[in-house]
Design a protein around this ligand. Structure first.
Ligand SMILES: [Zn+2]
Length: 254
């Protein structure tokens, strides 16, 4: 299985519009971060987790030619706003399956009402097949099983996903103990780390590292990163041996 980091930035991306912060002005390509998403492929299967406002650009830069489905973590715009741009996949493949909690599906139906229009539907509108997912109900994607992992983004419930020995968790601030049981013996854990200062709804760096130390995956990659975390090269030097800052267009094999 291959995991391609399509975006590793927090909600505004890096650089931020109109900001003169030194990290936003960095010329290191590892300091340029689109909104957070990963592309997961194995054999001829191809799925993305989340579909934020940079989706079109991400599909072009990764050269993704086929999409079997989108798994949504939650409804915030930095994770959903790119849904209109699935149209090139619709024209080749038909409706694209989207997997999400029923609250998230309801939100997507409100944001993108024209996608769900049945009367006088615009012929070029995107087309999706909704699949409701629930906690403790693993579901099939291709010939693999995805296990939802319920976490808390402040007081909003968000899903992470475990697929084989890989788990992807973003926008986590807290997690119930029963859910951490789903994350044992991981080869690779991806988890969010916003910045050094604490934040109400996201792990800061210290919380993310504590969480990694608790779960003991073979390797961990940090994502959903703010410019306030600092330069990629400098932050990476401070991390434990098995922890890496993810960056856009990084591809790992599991
Ligand atoms: Zn987010």
């Amino acid at each position: 299985m291959k995991v391609y980091f399509l975006g590793t930035g927090t909600s505004q991306g890096i650089p931020i519009i109109g900001i003169d912060h030194e990290v936003c002005k960095s010329t290191d390509f590892k300091d340029k971060r689109l909104r957070v998403s990963v592309w997961i492929t194995w054999e001829d299967h191809s799925y993305v987790i989340d579909c934020g406002p940079d989706f079109r650009q991400q599909m072009l830069s990764s050269n993704c030619r086929k999409l079997d489905g989108i798994l949504f973590t939650h409804e915030h715009a930095d994770h959903t706003a790119g849904l209109d741009d699935i149209r090139p996949f619709n024209f080749k493949q038909g409706a694209i399956p989207i997997y999400a909690h029923k609250r998230v599906l309801a939100n997507i139906e409100k944001r993108f009402d024209y996608i769900f229009e049945t009367v006088n539907r615009y012929p070029g509108a995107p087309s999706v097949k909704t699949i409701e997912i629930e906690n403790n109900m693993p579901f099939s994607i291709g010939n693999k099983t995805a296990i939802p992992v319920s976490v808390w983004h402040g007081n909003l419930q968000v899903f992470g996903f475990r697929i084989d020995d890989f788990a992807y968790l973003t926008d986590v601030k807290t997690i119930d103990e029963a859910e951490t049981d789903k994350l044992k013996n991981l080869k690779v854990l991806v988890v969010n780390a916003l910045r050094e200062q604490p934040h109400d709804t996201h792990f800061n760096l210290e919380e993310a590292l504590d969480f990694i130390a608790l779960l003991q995956p073979e390797k961990a990659y940090l994502t959903h990163i703010s410019h306030m975390l600092g330069f990629h090269e400098e932050v990476q030097k401070k991390l434990p041996k098995n922890v890496f800052l993810a960056y856009d267009n990084l591809e790992i094999t599991i």
